[in-house]
Write a new protein. Sequence first.
Length: 304
Amino acid sequence: MTASKLTLISDIGGTNARMALVDNKKKTVNEKVYLHQDYEGLEQILEDFIKVTGESELQRGILGVAAPIIGDEVNFVNANLSFSQKNLEDKFFKQGLVVLNDLELQVLALNSLTKEDVTVIGEQQLNNSTKILISPGTGLGLAGLVKGTPVATESGHINIPHIAGLESLIQSFEQKKGRTPTFEDLLSGKGILFLNEFVSNEINGSVTSEQALMSNTKEGQKVREIFSVILAVFCRFSALMWGSKGGVYLSGSIINSLIGQINLDDFRDNFEDSQTMKDLLLACPIIHVKNKNLGFIGAKTLIK
């Protein structure tokens, strides 16, 4: 197999970079995960990947990055990472480089998922209308799929409006941070830690977001309840803005941990809580994506 037949695909989040080589039959032939904290930057990660795989030239590349794509320079929001698309292409990818927002790449996978890849929350039927993908993680990502075309957003940075019953939480954030919280501030790893601090009324620097989310204590239960309510509100707002009758898809490690620990009927009730557009929300499927390879599946749809 020659290097010219291989495409590098990568899903680069706020914490790590997953990389793989794919042949012309769209078969994955190498895969490796890198932690950002172990490397100076993306070039060093690519150099190591080349060394490990023995591929002297990668030729083509498709990257999904946890950053807005505004110009040549790509600056990550939740990681100390940046790169020039042109410099990266000139150095590593002689036959071309495609760089998309990570959720923009992942949302391309939705039409390729099987029944085994998903669980529908409710009794709604899946269809081919507009879909959105929401993924809380290091940050909070959202992308849409409209008639097969991916659309990137930075919706996680919308300010959280009034939510009944959570006034004291919002006020606490404003007092400590000096600004109104965004949805990403609370629907993310760092958000879980803030929720844990709020409900326990103490700072515990040794607790991870996973531990705080999955704790069997009454504080852990409260963290899950609050997170679930805010997530349902974000899903509702997003579904109404996109008219996503094709479904709201939820993915990522936080969702995978949360989904078996909350009352899904309550989650749908909170999602459908609209006095003016309840019928649209009632018809909108909510789907838990169990497949953990959305970025790679999405990237493979771009390989011709």
